[in-house]
Design a protein around this ligand. Structure first.
Ligand code: PMP
Length: 414
């Protein structure tokens, strides 16, 4: 394996089995998974595994043939979206979905530029690497790409308490559009994940996406929501994170949680946009939309309904949030708690007044938790935000275990 792979932890974990929110190591230990959103309805959910094995032992082909599973999945998935978002095009990964969204946006808008957030992550292909502004120095950005500031109310130019916070950050898209114009480009799209994960798990303030989407559409570009991390009920009130902001994007990209561990991703858009793209281009993806993936995707949607997962995310999420806010009142090193549902960022600082980031402490806490049977990670531009994003079958008892172990770590570090 290439040396560019990076393992988590100074003392890496060798996992041999998973069930629900639990992961089991070759060391015989059991770990509470507070990190893996891909295992959306729990590791190795029996209903998903049964659907996968049933279809894998019946037929697996591709979208050049008629297949009831893939059509049923497109209909079921499309029906989870508001407005006219209803047409699905399948891929295997979020990167491919974002690539396809950019191709569609370029074809439909006639423009070739892109606006992304500073410190964004959108995938692994060449173009998605370029969209992933957290991955390389700003000076190396290509001419067709401009960045806009992520709405960080804790550290950014506009802060919590400012009633215009969201619209002020949204209006900054205008600067990015001007930068592109100076370089002879017009934007085909603005893309953001709607809980700004790599930016330190920021949630969009009220009016942010409204204003950003207004700006991009006025410049002739499309509004694209990257729901690869934030989607499928993760935030607890709606299936898709953009719904919290009361906006409807032109294109949505989805992936990670759709297949509960199986590679399954999609672009979802309006019939009009999909038709406009199809007038000029064919689309075929060898593995995207295969019958086994579709059977898995359908089983995941069934489990979400049958097990009332959205309600669980809402209720457990509210309980976890209360617990985290309570820890913040007792531990001065917690500068900010952000997030919603089952997706939180705990920003650590050396001093609450100066807000000096405490990146080393974040890593120490992450490693302490690993040694104490709880898996989570660290993120953010300053590498000082603890990231909590468990499978969505996380219960109150699991939240309690996380909070207790986190408190032990905070006591140990203080
Ligand atoms: N967008 C976002 C917001 C992501 O978090 C990721 C994966 N971390 C991707 C896109 C890329 O998805 P994939 O790894 O499936 O290509």
């Amino acid at each position: 394996m290439g040396p560019a792979y990076r393992l988590f932890y100074k003392n890496p974990v060798n996992l041999v089995r998973g069930k629900g929110v639990w992961l089991y190591g070759s060391d015989g230990r059991q770990y509470l998974d507070c990190y893996n959103n891909v295992a959306s309805v729990g590791h190795c959910h029996p209903k998903v595994v049964a659907a996968l094995t049933r279809q894998a032992s019946t037929l697996n082909t591709h979208t050049r043939y008629l297949d009831e599973n893939v059509v049923r999945y497109a209909e079921r998935l499309g029906a989870t979206f508001p407005g006219n978002l209803e047409v699905c095009m399948f891929t295997c990964t979020g990167s491919e979905a974002n690539e396809l969204a950019f191709r569609i946006a370029r074809a439909v808008s006639g423009n070739d530029g892109a606006i992304v957030l500073e410190h964004a992550y959108h995938g692994t292909s060449k173009t998605m690497f370029e969209f992933s502004t957290e991955e390389y120095p700003a000076g190396e950005q290509p001419a067709y790409l401009a960045t806009t500031v992520a709405p960080n109310g804790y550290r950014g130019p506009y802060r919590y308490g400012d009633p215009q916070l969201g619209s002020a950050y949204g209006a900054m898209l205008g600067d990015a559009i001007d930068v592109l114009a100076e370089r002879g480009h017009e934007p085909a799209l603005f893309i953001s994940d709607n809980i700004f994960s790599t930016n330190g798990i920021l949630t969009p303030p009220a009016e942010y996406l409204q204003e950003a989407y207004r700006c991009i559409r006025a410049a002739g570009g499309l509004a694209v929501a990257d729901e690869v991390q934030s989607g499928l009920g993760r935030l607890g009130d709606h299936t898709w994170a953009f719904e919290d902001s009361g906006v409807i994007p032109d294109i949505v990209t989805i992936g990670k949680p759709l297949g509960d561990g199986h590679p399954l991703a999609a672009v979802v858009t309006t019939a009009e946009i999909a038709a406009s793209f199809a007038e000029r281009y064919d689309y075929f993806n060898t593995f995207g939309g295969n019958p086994v993936s579709a059977a898995v995707g359908l089983a995941v949607l069934d489990v979400i309904e049958e097990e009332n997962i959205l309600q669980n995310v809402h209720d457990t999420g509210a309980y976890l949030r209360e617990g985290l806010l309570d820890l913040q009142t007792r531990y001065a090193c917690i500068g900010d708690i952000r997030g919603k549902g089952l997706f939180y960022g705990i920003e650590l600082v050396r001093d609450p007044e100066t807000r000096e980031p405490a990146a080393e402490d974040a890593v120490k806490i992450r490693d302490f938790l690993r040694e104490n049977g709880v898996l989570l990670s660290v993120t953010g531009p300053l590498a000082n935000v603890i990231k909590v994003r468990p499978p969505m079958v996380f219960s109150r008892a699991h939240a309690e275990q996380l909070l207790e172990t986190l408190e032990k770590a905070l006591r140990w570090i203080s």
